[in-house]
Design a protein around this ligand. Structure first.
Ligand code: T4K
Length: 374
């Protein structure tokens, strides 16, 4: 270990502290801490404008947003989703007593494969839950068509896709609902936080009820909702973050471009190109390590970086289907997920965050370059 300061896979972008303390003062004075307070209302409005969506409902975190999204649409039975995601995607189904059914991912951007989804539909299928992995949009129009043909609901897990647009239209405008995460590790954070995006006022009212115990007035409970509200401190922080997020994304883009130029000719290392027509958010920088061509395995590279106090992460390894919790209850046959099984063994997400220094990126790339067949 030769670095004193560790480099983690990410580090949150933060506004200047004095901007935040000014807002905290207002919270101390008003004593409104939560339950749709003034910062919550303002953030909801400004966030919808920023993202280019009609209706948004703020949440305490992305997992509660996803659990509530499924409740909102009254999903039951079986839902087809991806094994290549953060476990929260499937946990949200589990918490709703819904059986996850897994289909394989595509070879280009590792998102759920629409053709594999269509082949997996049964009479028990009620919905499709794709994920925009690393913020790269999945084939949304294709999924919309499949959902329409088979009369299924469509929820996008857009936890990693804050601000992403395709042909200048937010990815959040597709499907029945989309959820976002504003966790500390995301491009846009409110410490913890999340949201559901929907397309009409009635749906928003239902979501707002469900995240507040199902309360519709002092003495009326419509149905057993949950407490999933965002508080005033998160909302105030979010308002400030909106002023800085464009700069955070621009800094991430610069880092992405530097990685690409530094790693372009390393045998056995590959990475994504920008998707045509897409405004990316550069949330992750995943590389694939082909052990045959590179001469070392992904885990050897992961450990080499660790020895230098650099903490890359294997998002997403293991696959959700490989966790004992799911392995035991699933009917998924690993042979049905050959591409996901391959990618999970090769992927490594390199550090990327707004303040990551150029020389740190170069050091990481030199370690990877010098390690090849050494
Ligand atoms: N769906 C998808 C597709 C998701 O990716 C996620 C979350 C969700 C749903 C659920 O949304 P939330 O309920 O979380 O809002 C992280 C995050 O906890 C998780 O939010 C995220 N996905 C997932 C991909 O990654 P870990 O266990 O890898 O995080 P952790 O604590 O190891 O953090 C990574 C590094 O970041 C640390 O080594 C240091 C740095 N860090 C982390 C935190 C928390 C900081 O510098 N400051 C911090 O406060 O899961």
């Amino acid at each position: 270990m030769d670095r004193v300061m560790p480099i983690y896979v990410t580090q949150p972008g933060m506004p200047p502290m004095e901007e935040f303390t000014a807002l905290l003062k207002q919270i101390w004075e008003s004593k409104i801490l939560t339950n749709n307070g003034p910062f919550h209302q303002q953030f909801e409005k400004e966030l919808a404008d920023y993202l280019g969506v009609k209706y948004i409902s703020l949440f305490a975190n992305g997992t509660l947003a996803l659990i509530t999204a499924l409740q909102t649409l009254r999903i039951t039975g079986e839902v087809i989703t991806t094994p290549y995601s953060f476990v929260a995607t499937t946990h949200a189904l589990w918490w709703n007593n819904i059986k996850p059914v897994f289909a394989d991912i595509e070879s280009d951007y590792f998102n759920l494969d629409p053709e594999k989804v269509e082949a997996a539909i049964t009479p028990q299928t009620t919905a499709i839950l794709p994920v925009h992995v690393y913020g790269n949009p999945c084939k949304m129009e294709r999924f919309q068509k499949i959902a329409k043909t088979h009369n299924l609901k469509l929820i996008f897990d857009a936890a990693q896709a804050f601000g992403v647009k395709i042909n200048e239209n937010s990815v959040l405008n597709f499907g029945d609902l989309s959820i976002l995460s504003f966790h500390a590790t995301k491009v846009f954070n409110t410490f913890e936080g999340g949201a559901i995006v929907c397309h009409d006022q009635k749906m928003k009212e239902r979501i707002d009820l469900l995240k507040n115990f199902g309360y519709a007035g002092e003495t009326t409970v419509i149905e057993p909702g949950i407490n999933a509200k965002m508080n005033e401190i998160q909302a105030a922080f979010g308002l400030l973050q909106l002023k800085h997020v464009d700069q955070f994304v621009a800094q991430r883009k610069t880092i992405t471009e530097l990685y690409r130029t530094q790693l372009i000719d390393v045998p056995g290392i590959s990475f994504f190109k920008d998707m045509p027509g897409v405004d990316q958010n550069y949330s992750y920088f995943p590389i694939l390590i082909d052990a045959g061509a590179y001469g070392k395995t992904r885990d050897e590279v992961y450990n080499l970086l660790k020895q230098h106090n650099i903490y890359a992460r294997r998002y997403f390894y293991p696959l959700i289907t490989q966790f004992p919790t799911y392995k035991e209850i699933l009917t998924a046959n690993p042979k049905d997920l050959p591409f996901a099984e391959k990618i999970t063994e090769q992927v490594l997400c390199l550090p990327i965050y707004p303040n990551l220094a150029k020389d740190e990126v170069i050091l990481i790339c030199e370690l990877i370059r010098n390690n090849v067949r050494s």
